[in-house]
Write a protein that binds this ligand. Structure first.
Ligand code: ATP
Length: 254
C-alpha cells in the first residue's frame, strides 16, 4: 500500500514557553494527506493556519509530535532540506522570486531545485524554448517577459512566476499561503484557475490557505477548518461537495 504523502501526529506548537507570552497555537493536531489531496484550509485570523504550514515546511519545529513524509520521519529535517519535496507560494508576490534575476533565470533556478549547484546558472539559452512553452498559456503575457527582471514585473505576473517556479519540478507537496490574496479580483481568478489546472494535471498534493469561501468551496477535493489550533471540520469528496457557505460560517462563529 502506498504511504500517505504527509502525516502529522499529535502536533503541539507552543511559543514563548515559560514567559508571560506563552501561547499554545496548535493543539494535538493529527492530519493525513493522501496523494492527490487538494485541501482548502480555512479558519479565522489567528487560528494557526500559517503555523501549520510552517510546521509542514520545516521552518518551525513542533514542540511535540511527529511529521512523516511518504512514511519517513522528517520531524528533524529543516526547511532547506525539505525544499526538495515541498514547494510553497506565499501571499507576498515578492517572496518567491529573485528580483535581480530575469524571469528565465528564475525559471532556470527553479528547474535546478534540489540539485547541488554552483553560484553560476549555466545553460540558460538551451532552456529558452522550454521556458517559452512553459509560459505560453499563462495569463499576464509572462511569455513575452522572459528577459525582464522579476523585480520589474507586476504583482500578478510575479505571483504567476512564483507559482510556476513552485510547480515546475512537481513537488511532492505544494503549500499555498493565500497566494492570490494580494491580487486584484480578475488576476486572482486567473491564478486560481491556473492553480486548479496545474494541481489536477500534475496530480499534485496541495494545501491552500484561503479566506475566500467561494474559492474554498469551488476548488480542491477536501476542506479543513482550523479553529484555535484544532481541526473542527475535515470533509472530502461528496461531503465536501455538499458543504456550503452558511455551514462554514457557523464554524467561524464558535
Ligand atoms: N512566533 C510567534 N510568537 C508569538 N505568537 C505567535 C507566533 N507565531 C504565531 N503566533 C500567534 O499564534 C496565532 C496563530 O498565528 P497564525 O499566523 O498561524 O494564524 P493564521 O490562522 O495563519 O492567521 P491569519 O489568518 O491572520 O493569517 C496568532 O495569534 C499569532 O499571533
Amino acid at each position: 500500500m502506498t504511504k500517505p504523502i504527509l502525516e502529522l501526529k499529535n502536533i503541539n506548537t507552543t511559543v514563548n514557553i515559560g514567559t508571560s507570552e506563552e501561547k499554545r497555537i496548535l493543539k494535538d493536531l493529527n492530519l493525513t494527506l493522501e496523494k492527490g489531496d487538494f485541501i482548502t484550509l480555512l479558519g479565522t485570523n489567528g487560528a494557526g493556519k500559517s503555523t501549520l504550514l510552517n510546521v509542514i515546511n520545516g521552518s518551525l519545529s513542533p514542540t511535540s509530535g511527529k511529521v512523516l513524509m511518504n512514511g519517513e520521519d522528517i520531524t528533524l529535517l529543516n526547511d532547506v532540506k525539505r525544499a526538495k519535496y515541498i514547494a510553497q507560494v506565499f501571499q507576498d508576490p515578492k517572496m518567491g522570486t529573485a528580483p535581480r534575476m530575469t524571469v528565465a533565470e528564475n525559471l532556470l533556478l527553479a528547474s535546478k531545485r534540489g540539485q547541488k549547484r554552483g553560484l553560476k546558472l549555466r545553460g540558460l539559452s538551451k532552456h529558452m524554448d522550454e521556458f517559452k512553452q512553459a509560459t505560453a498559456k499563462l495569463p499576464n503575457g509572462l511569455s513575452n517577459r522572459l528577459n525582464t527582471f522579476a523585480g520589474s514585473l507586476s504583482g500578478g505576473q510575479r505571483q504567476t512566476l512564483s507559482f510556476l517556479m513552485a510547480t515546475l519540478q512537481n513537488p511532492d507537496l505544494l503549500l499555498l499561503d493565500e497566494h492570490t490574496a494580494a491580487l486584484d479580483p480578475n488576476t486572482s481568478e486567473q491564478l486560481m484557475a491556473l492553480t486548479d489546472e496545474v494541481v489536477s494535471n500534475k496530480d499534485l498534493t496541495c494545501v491552500m490557505i484561503t479566506h475566500q469561501l467561494k474559492d474554498a468551496l469551488k476548488y480542491g477535493n477536501r476542506t479543513i477548518i482550523l479553529h484555535a489550533g484544532e481541526i473542527v471540520l475535515d470533509v472530502k469528496g461528496e461531503a465536501k461537495k455538499q458543504l456550503n457557505e452558511k455551514e462554514i460560517l457557523q464554524y467561524f462563529e464558535k
